[in-house]
Ligand binder design. Structure first.
Ligand code: ZN
Length: 1158
């Protein structure tokens, strides 16, 4: 499911799947004697605490406490003595399914507006500014049945952050001045999602729901839906004599009904006439008091929001998690003090919707859906009862173990061998408190799409097999063992995801002492109940109960079906049709399994037997790996774990070859090679993956990258098999066809991706030496033959440079023997490292390049700008520290100005951009917007101009806070093995071996002054900077923008009207349209109504087009400013003029080995 997830500050993120929150009836069995009251002391309100210890894994050094405040808010507190990052997450058990029917998107809108200032901290970006200075950031998402707000911050900043955060829940301002702007933000968000298939399919699935079921709601909302109730109100209040009718004083309106009400009757009780100020005055919002509050419509929308919030945001519905360094007593006092002021509104704490959205109309159907991207997939869903009450045995997960299996005998293996599928996932999908789905998601090949009925049939046959099979108890025992091992040796998550998962988990119907353990680990089948629960679910998984959704582009559907009838979903316009399976298919699907290739999996051989870890006392963990071996072929780096003490290890292996990316065709073949390695190991490696040992092979411009992560016990076994596959891969024609199709599709779909990804990609491409772009490779992929690829693989493997890193629970001798295995199996000869160096291109000083192109998806209304500034060599330590500090200082204001204030679009960020080889420092500003990219460029430059004075005026204390925040970030403790590996790998991969860089830079930062930052800014970042090296990539949407009218033209027209008639109240349009540059159609419609009955009506209306030409909208004229700009005509020619970066050399000689380099 797609929750609405925001990355409000640093970078945008694609929505991912979130689990839902808890149950009502069986919520934590709160036996009174397990709870102890803590009386009120001084300023700390009373609360109760749970007295039993909370079960945790042996390795977990954190302490936990559960408390309940007087207002019913439940909180879990986590004391982590070693933490350097604190976090909090507050989960409210209300989401978009609780939207009023006449304001779709209100819960989501609430989540946006809640952050805009509080009575205690009225400045609207106070919270994000505070977090930014304290190495923190925040985010939130709105799901169907819950809304989650969370942040992370340096531990020292927790009390300050929590004070600001808690105020959002008891004294938010919902600043009126932000209403229109945040409505626009929600609108941009919907616009961003509009062409994204996951959102389109998600909403279609909701739309095709039993009539009247809340699941069908449109949770994102947009400007239309959020303002609809306000518009209705406005019309109603005018008819009611409360205002004016379309600008004309309504004298003759007595005949209309006195008090029209909206669908839920809310207007009748409205305390607000249309022209008085909003309930909370806007003058507390210091930064934006002069901005419009959206007029009658904005005020009414906000009033409804406040009314809804007052009803739904009840303390009893809130679950909080705080992770901090403070002792538990201190955390408890802090939480009680800060969160007790939230009101309990006597609402059902965890409301449940027991009714399932699938009715008879939905069951037994096949829905065909048109996609935007080119892919083929089928989803098969069965209604599933709410699974939380079944936490003990987790029967749906038991079934998912079989249905999602990829080993021999599995559904996936059968379909893959037919050449029909590329991936299959399956399992329970929680939708809301009260109902779930059991779902299969199968990605199909072209051939599979043509045979979709057979794919669906095989799925039903596999379910028949399960229905008729006995399940010996070892199946569940194996799952229990794997889950228990995972729980026992789980790595520490980062603080904010941990806080989010705990706040969601609080309230699961498990005993409070088991909130960590029982949620993760199922129980053995000691009674009949376990198997019975499984059988009950399987019983409901029948063709006549489920729904299949077949996804492909329109032309693909029409290629295999004669039916050309399509309907369209309301919010995204997605084309679809619903049919019923024909009776003969149903009959076959209901029959017993007759596919002999399908059978249940055997025992898993990869479950680790040796989980021993030798823990010693370490004063301070080593900060880098050691070079333990060097040969002409490459280096082996190693670090024995000295901080996590888990039975896990990590291996990174990079094979570079000068032929890997020597041409677009070679580059394409290297990618096919990497994918074929994954493909041929899929069945074998699946058991390892289940048991917690994961491998991956990926290609890049210089070769192959192979990684293995997980329990070290059986890691060498998997590593051997992976290497043997790499060395001996025999390209099979049937698999090559499938993989070529998949790669081709991935690349084609890349061009349908979000605009900002494309502008970022082109920026990278234009500044990378010797590389090929996706369009060039796309031309090659179809014609690659089996023989040619086999030859490429042989040539690739003949001469290699190999870099290797082993970390975790492995000793030096084990790492050495792994490296010997690698060399023996690959048996290659060496090449000089400089043949495979990564190099970038240098923009000359004093340059201002612009490359213009188009967004390929002609339905995407968004354009995109990546505005890149090269700042110098990354090996200059002082320049590096200064640059990164500057970027850090710019990122929050960039978001605040360009997104929050100017509302350019949903995706706006400022961050570092690393080019290939990491030899250049660079910053980029990215804006994705419905506005013209040339206009965006102008706004970015205006922001840079503003930023100059922000730096100049910055108080020493604020400057110091930015430095401290960055130092905290750089010296942050590495949280897990994988992150440690990737930090080390960055320096091995670049060739600089500068492992201690972040610590050294942190020291260096102490001496950096504001003048250093300002000098850099003025010379290399500010638009007038003489040493600027700048490239921007502007991708323009092809979708025609509906014409808008400028403020000047609109005012000129208003003046014309005023001069020619006295009948009309002329200023109403500003409020009604609530947009500085309204759509021309909206503007014309408004005046058409307002002027009806006026004599020279038509003559006046005819003036509008002329005024629009005379006074165009700013962004239409901004394109003329080209002084000093070099427009790039031909990208290859441009690249050829640029200097290439130097070859990387180690910046540090570590002297780990007695001998110098060989
Ligand atoms: Zn949002």
């Amino acid at each position: 499911m797609l929750p609405l997830l925001h990355f409000r500050i640093y970078s945008p993120r694609i929505p991912s799947i979130f689990l839902q929150t808890p149950h009502r009836h069986r919520t934590l069995a709160m036996l009174a004697h397990d709870w102890q009251r803590v009386e009120k002391r001084a300023n700390v309100p009373a609360y109760t605490l749970f007295t039993k210890p909370i079960e945790k894994s042996q390795l977990d050094e954190r302490d936990y406490r559960l408390i309940k405040l007087e207002n019913g808010l439940l909180a879990v507190l986590v004391h982590d003595a070693k933490a350097d990052i604190a976090a909090a997450s507050l989960n409210v058990a209300v989401g978009h399914l609780s939207d009023p029917d006449d304001i779709p998107g209100l819960a989501h809108f609430c989540e946006h507006l809640l952050f805009m200032g509080t009575e205690q901290f009225p400045k609207e970006n106070e919270y994000s500014e505070y977090l930014s200075k304290n190495n923190g950031h925040s985010n939130a998402y709105t799901a169907p049945a819950n809304t989650n707000y969370f942040f992370r911050v340096a531990t020292s900043g927790l009390p300050g952050a929590l004070t600001r955060f808690s105020a959002f829940f008891h004294c938010p301002l919902f600043a009126p001045s932000c209403t229109t702007r945040e409505m626009n933000a929600v609108d941009s968000e919907h616009s961003k999602n509009h062409q994204a298939d996951p959102w389109r399919v998600f909403q279609l699935n909701k739309y095709l729901t039993k009539e009247g079921h809340p699941w069908s709601k449109f949770g994102s909302g947009n400007r239309e839906t959020l303002s609809a109730a306000g518009r209705t109100f406005k019309v109603a209040s005018k008819l009611n004599g409360n205002g004016t009718k379309n600008g004309i004083h309504a004298a003759a309106d007595e005949s209309v009904p006195a008090s029209p009400v909206s669908s839920d009757g809310s207007l009748a009780s409205s305390p607000l006439p249309s022209r008085i100020p909003s309930p909370v005055p806007s003058n507390t919002s210091v930064s934006s008091e002069n901005e419009p509050d959206g007029g009658v419509i904005g005020r009414e929308t906000r009033r409804r929001l406040v009314e809804w919030w007052n009803k739904e945001y009840c303390a009893g519905r809130m679950r909080l998690c705080v992770v901090g360094k403070e002792p538990l007593d201190e955390l408890a006092d802090m939480v009680s003090t800060l969160f007790t002021p939230i009101k309990n509104r006597e609402q059902d704490p965890l409301p449940v919707i027991p009714d399932h959205p699938f009715g008879p109309n939905e069951m037994g159907t096949l829905v065909s859906v048109q996609t935007v991207k080119a892919f083929h997939a089928i989803e098969i869903s069965f209604p599933l009862a709410w699974q939380w009450p079944l936490w003990r045995y987790k029967p749906a997960h038991f079934i998912a173990h079989f249905t999602g299996h990829e080993g021999p005998g599995s559904l996936f293996s059968y379909l893959k061998n037919k050449g029909w599928v590329t991936s299959l996932s399956s399992g329970p999908q929680p939708l809301a408190r009260g109902f779930e789905m059991f779902k299969f998601t199968i990605h199909l090949t072209k051939l599979g799409f043509e045979n979709y009925q057979s794919v669906a049939l095989a799925t039903f046959k596999y379910i028949s097999l399960l229905q008729s099979s006995a399940f010996p108890k070892w199946y569940q025992s194996e799952l229990v063992k794997i889950a228990r091992t995972r729980f026992q040796f789980s790595e520490k998550q980062n603080a904010e995801s941990y806080a989010v998962s705990l706040s969601e988990r609080l309230g699961k119907p498990v005993p409070p002492e088991s909130i960590l353990s029982e949620v993760a680990v199922p129980s053995d089948w000691n009674s009949e109940d376990g198997e019975r629960e499984v059988r009950e679910i399987l019983e409901g998984m029948r063709v006549t109960k489920g729904r299949a959704v077949l996804m492909a582009k329109k032309e693909e559907h029409e290629r295999i079906s004669k039916n050309e009838h399509w309907e369209h979903e309301k919010w995204y316009g997605t084309g679809y049709r619903v049919e019923r399976w024909d009776p003969s298919f149903v009959e076959q699907a209901e029959g017993p399994n007759d596919i002999p290739e399908l059978y249940l999996p055997g025992p898993n051989e990869f479950i680790p037997a040796n989980l021993e870890v030798e823990k010693r006392d370490v004063l301070e963990p080593a900060k880098r790996p050691y070079l333990i071996k060097q040969t002409p072929m490459g280096s082996v780096w190693h670090k024995k774990d000295d901080q996590f003490w888990l039975p896990k290890a990590s291996l990174a292996l990079e094979l570079r070859s000068p032929i890997a990316g020597s041409s677009p065709r070679a580059d394409t073949m290297t990618r096919l090679f990497a994918d074929l390695v994954n493909d041929s190991l899929q069945e074998f490696a699946y058991d390892a993956e289940l048991a917690g040992l994961v491998f991956n092979s990926g290609s890049h411009r210089l070769g192959l990258m192979i990684t293995l992560d997980g329990y070290n016990d059986k890691l060498p076994i998997l590593a051997r098999r992976v290497l043997e596959t790499v060395r001996n891969l025999q390209v099979r024609e049937d698999r090559l066809v499938v993989i070529k199709e998949k790669v081709k599709r991935d690349w084609e779909n890349f061009f349908m991706d979000q605009g900002y990804r494309l502008s970022d990609y082109y920026t990278q491409y234009m500044l990378t030496h010797h590389t090929w772009n996706i369009a060039e490779k796309l031309q090659e992929v179809s014609s690659v033959t089996q023989e040619e690829l086999q030859r490429h693989i042989d040539d690739f493997l003949a001469r290699l440079s190999i870099e290797m890193l082993v970390t975790g629970n492995m000793h030096k001798d084990e790492a050495i023997s792994l490296s010997e295995m690698v060399e023996n199996i690959l048996n290659a000869s060496s090449i000089p490292a400089d043949e495979t160096a990564q190099r970038a291109l240098i923009l000359p000083e004093g340059s201002n390049f612009i490359w213009k192109s188009h967004i390929p998806n002609s339905n995407d209304p968004n354009s995109s700008l990546t505005y890149y500034l090269q700042l110098g060599s990354s090996t200059d330590a002082r320049l590096r520290a200064t640059s990164l500090l500057l970027i850090h200082m710019m990122s929050e204001p960039a978001f605040d100005i360009l997104r929050t204030k100017e509302q350019l679009g949903y995706i706006v960020f400022c961050s570092e951009l690393q080019l290939s080889g990491a030899s250049r420092l660079g910053l980029r500003l990215v804006v994705q917007s419905e506005r013209n990219p040339a206009y965006l460029e102008q706004r970015v430059e205006a922001f840079l101009d503003l930023m100059k004075s922000k730096i100049e005026d910055m108080e020493p204390i604020d400057f110091q806070q930015f430095k401290t925040g960055l130092q905290q970030k750089w010296t942050e403790v590495v949280k897990d093995l994988k992150k440690e590996r990737s930090k080390f790998w960055e320096h091995i991969d670049s060739g600089y071996l500068d492992f201690l860089r972040r610590y050294n830079d942190s020291d260096l930062l102490t001496d950096i002054t504001k003048d250093d930052v300002l000098d850099l800014f003025v010379s290399r970042v500010h638009p007038l900077g003489v040493k600027r090296s700048k490239l921007s990539v502007q991708l323009q949407s092809r979708k025609p923008r509906p014409p808008r009218i400028s403020a000047t033209a609109a005012n000129a027209f208003e003046a014309l009207v005023r001069a020619s008639t006295t009948f009309v109240e002329t200023s109403g349009w500003k409020e009604e349209l609530a947009d500085e540059n309204p759509l021309a159609t909206h503007f014309a419609k408004y005046w058409q109504d307002a002027l009806s009955g006026v004599d020279n009506y038509e003559e006046l209306m005819m003036k509008i087009p002329g005024l629009m030409t005379q006074y165009p909208v700013d962004e239409e004229v901004c394109d003329v400013r080209t002084a000093g700009v070099t427009f790039i005509e031909n990208v290859q020619d441009f690249k050829a003029t640029l200097e290439v970066t130097e070859l990387p050399e180690p910046l540090v000689e570590w002297g780990d080995l007695p001998l110098a380099k060989l």
